[in-house]
Design a protein around this ligand. Structure first.
Ligand code: ZN
Length: 266
């Protein structure tokens, strides 16, 4: 057997160290390769289904909520029911009898459950609803703006001028002040890595400093109609941009956060 030279050994050790560093970085940053299915799945969930599962969970509190939502959101009622019956008699998700389902369907349900557990957007009270007070909003993501020159990349939450606006999560203030479209706007880099955009504010909270931390529920400012909202009713434009630069539809997230927020005050 040929004994490797010192140089070869050194190179091998270096390669192993580099590999370990990459793997550690991936684990720490929760961005495993192939996570491109995460936000398409999360933003496809209907807020009504999320609420329905929360209510159902109340009558069967032993059922793990993510199990229920993953099954209900992936399978038609008829295919979901046998699995839910098992959950009701305390069969853990890992021990479910899947024989009634083709293996590929089963893998999709399992993947969805993994996403719901790892990305906690829909779990009760993990994120704050951004408007403190009366507001109304609908799903207008992708609607034409400026005569079709661009698409609407967020959700507009209408309300009275001066309504308090708070951060939906903990993070760091990345952008603050005026821009043409957003008017008085604040951009927060959430602890989850996403960029959260609050626009058309009447006033920005005087406590915010670029680069400083902000916690969920802390003041961002007040609702207004600055920037290109000058002639429109007062509203908060709220946007979510992923680290890859893609804006996703905030509507289902907002509808669920409002639901959980309402739960706490009742
Ligand atoms: Zn808008």
């Amino acid at each position: 057997m040929k004994i490797p030279s010192k140089l070869q050994r050194g190179l091998a050790q270096f390669s192993i160290l580099m590999l370990l560093a990459v793997v550690t970085w991936q684990v720490l940053h929760h961005t495993p390769f192939g996570s491109s299915d995460v936000y398409p799945y999360l933003s496809s969930l209907s807020p009504e289904l999320v609420k329905q599962c929360a209510l159902e969970n109340r009558t069967s509190p032993t059922i793990v909520w993510e199990d229920l939502l993953a099954i209900r959101s992936t399978l038609p009622e008829k295919a979901a029911q046998p699995l839910i019956e098992q959950l009701k008699v305390h069969v853990p998700f890992s021990d479910l009898d899947w024989r009634s389902l083709p293996p590929n369907k089963r893998r999709v349900v399992q993947r969805h459950r993994q996403i719901l557990t790892q990305y906690t957007y829909y779990q009760p009270k993990k994120y704050s609803f951004p408007v403190i007070g009366t507001t109304w909003f609908e799903d207008s993501f992708g609607a034409d703006r400026e005569g079709g020159a661009r698409k609407h990349e967020g959700t507009d939450l209408f309300g009275k001028e001066g309504t308090p606006i708070v951060s939906i999560c903990g993070g760091r203030v990345e952008q603050i002040g005026w821009n043409r479209l957003g008017g008085e706007r604040v951009g927060i880099r959430g602890d989850d890595g996403n960029y959260y955009y609050y626009a058309h504010l009447q006033y920005i909270s005087s406590l915010l400093v670029k680069g400083n931390r902000i916690e969920a529920g802390e003041s961002v400012g007040t609702m207004g109609h600055t920037g290109d909202a000058l002639t429109t009713p007062d509203h908060l434009h709220f946007g979510i941009e992923l680290p890859n630069g893609q804006w996703i539809n905030p509507y289902p997230f907002l509808a669920v956060w409002q639901y959980w927020g309402g739960e706490s005050s009742s």
